[in-house]
Ligand binder design. Structure first.
Ligand code: KIV
Ligand code: ZN
Length: 383
């Protein structure tokens, strides 16, 4: 059987942009949206139009330039939100309204002072109303991670009946364990009788560092869309990182799942988002961090110089990074020094290397790292 496709729903411009201090203007958003389309995402969540005139305008402008990707606008289960979202999507070739409401007992009681029945009714009416603007309506059951599964199944069945094409099951607070989240998705497949009429989507937050693991548990239990952001940006500890879930599917052939992402554009997209938002990427971030393909200990460097695959499971070229790097520090061995010396024009014999290495260690012990410009100085001191 061929691989099944998992759709990638990017919410960098909506959930991602909720990061304090990372606000983007319309032209920055348009540039990023175009990059996301080039990257191959299936859905771009462009904003929450009712939230501000600026966000409304961004959704309009993105809708005008995006050609082959679904453009999605967020709304609450409120008529005016949905109407404004519908208006903002007027120029979209493939428009989607994303509407929904909190379904956990905590949200029902404290946010809405409501009842389960009334929540279903509001959700149902919201989906029906959204359908008067667009065919493609996604429903989110906010805080689904902490929602009772039996009630969640009832919500899903009703929303599909109202015409929802996609059901988003957000772990809004990042609370679930991967097994628990996977079980939730499985439960829905087993207990929602019309589930074959909709796509199930995972939207996981990273409060416990489990967003990626939870999303993978979701797709291995039948979900076929992941909502994620570039660099994992988003509310609080962030959302599922797009580059991580995409590369997990690519590297683990046995999952039999694939995406439409051109992975060679991952690194440059990460840089664009990081620079536009002024939000720096932690150096040890998987896939796109500055150290993701850098080796600094002697044992690892020796292995990588002999064969990259000894310490790398991803070819950096596959994610748009030129090459692995061998960083010279006081933990580096002779082979790393010889390798880097050769790159700057010194082909050291074994005897020469034996002479230079102690001098190199002396220098490295008193400096954080050894740069290209330091290598000739160290060698010329000794030889
Ligand atoms: O985390 C969440 O529940 C959300 C919804 C609005 C989809 O972002
Ligand atoms: Zn979210």
């Amino acid at each position: 059987m061929g691989k099944q496709t998992v759709k990638i729903f990017d919410t960098s411009l909506r959930d991602g942009e909720q990061v304090p201090g990372c606000k983007l203007n319309t032209s920055q958003k348009v540039i990023i949206a175009q990059k996301l389309e080039d990257l191959g995402v299936d859905v771009i969540e462009a904003g929450f139009p009712v939230s501000s005139p600026g966000d409304f305008n961004s959704v309009v402008e993105i809708s005008k330039i995006i050609k082959n990707t679904t453009v999605c606008a967020l709304s609450r289960a409120v008529e005016n939100d949905i109407k404004i979202a519908g208006e903002a999507l007027k120029y979209a070739k493939l428009p989607r309204i994303h509407t929904g409401i909190g379904t956990s007992d905590s949200h029902i009681k404290y946010k809405f002072n409501s009842t389960r029945d009334k929540i279903i009714e509001s959700g149902y009416n919201a989906v029906k109303y959204a359908k008067t603007f667009v065919e493609d309506v996604e429903f989110y059951a906010e805080d689904a991670g902490r929602t009772d599964n039996e009630f969640l199944a009832k919500v899903c069945e009703k929303m599909i009946e109202a015409g929802a094409t996609v059901l988003n099951i957000p772990d809004t607070t990042g609370y679930c364990l991967p097994e628990e989240y996977g079980e939730k998705i499985k439960y829905l497949f087993e207990n929602v009788k019309n589930i074959d009429k909709a796509i199930i989507s995972c939207h996981c937050h990273n409060d416990l560092g489990l967003a990626t693991a939870n999303s993978i548990a979701g797709i291995t239990n039948g979900a076929r869309q992941i909502e994620c952001t570039i660099n994992g940006i988003g509310e609080r500890a962030g959302n599922t990182s797009l580059e991580e879930v995409v590369m997990i599917m690519k590297q683990h052939e046995n999952l039999n799942l694939d995406t439409n992402i051109n992975t060679k554009l991952l690194y440059e997209t990460s840089k664009l988002v990081s620079e536009s938002m002024g939000m720096f990427v932690q150096p040890n971030k998987a896939i796109v961090g500055a150290n993701a393909f850098a080796h600094s200990s002697g044992i690892h460097q020796d292995g990588v110089i002999k064969n990259r695959e000894t310490y790398e499971i991803i070819d950096p070229y596959d994610v748009g990074v030129n090459k692995s790097s061998i960083i010279l520090t006081a933990r580096s061995g002779r082979s790393a020094l010889a390798y880097r010396a050769k790159l700057v024009g010194f082909d050291l014999s074994k005897d020469e290397l034996d002479l230079v290495y102690p001098e190199f260690l002396k220098f490295a012990d008193s400096n954080k790292s050894v740069l290209d410009k330091d290598i000739p100085k160290i060698i010329n001191n000794i030889l």
